[in-house]
Design a protein around this ligand. Structure first.
Ligand code: HEC
Length: 105
């Protein structure tokens, strides 16, 4: 129990790279950081914390399969059980999370 607490505290403080949070490069700009936060909050539950898939498909090599515009369209309008994020996330937030999944996952 104490051990778990220590891990949680260390993760929160960013002292250790916790499994499940893909690492951002040290020079990550604000948009990438925002994208990573949105991914964790809105997408990771279905696509997995590192984008390797789950209920949703893996997004790890998404940039090889979809163009930026195609990928954005899936996020905006949804597809099948993938929810639509139009009106849920702003355009800027969608840009940020799409960029994060293409560049980091
Ligand atoms: C409720 C679960 C769920 C959530 C939350 C979710 N997705 Fe999905 N996503 C899916 C499913 C399921 C699919 C496959 C859709 C299909 O049937 O074609 C999918 C597909 C996708 C695809 C297309 C993948 C491909 O290979 O064509 C992208 C891109 C995507 N999701 C991005 C996101 C992003 C970005 C978020 C967060 C803003 C997100 N998803 C949140 C379930 C989810």
């Amino acid at each position: 129990m104490l051990r778990l607490l220590a891990v949680i505290v260390a993760c929160t403080l960013g002292l250790v790279a916790c499994a499940g949070s893909p690492e951002l490069p040290p020079n990550a700009d604000e948009q990438l950081i925002e994208g990573s936060e949105i991914f964790r909050a809105r997408c990771a539950s279905c696509h997995g914390p590192t984008g390797t898939g789950g209920i949703g498909r893996p997004l790890t090599d998404i940039e090889d399969r979809l163009t930026d515009a195609e990928q954005r369209a899936v996020v905006v309008t949804g597809r099948g059980t993938m929810p639509r994020f139009e009106g849920v996330l702003t355009d800027d937030e969608i840009d940020a999370v799409v960029r994060f999944t293409r560049e980091i996952l």
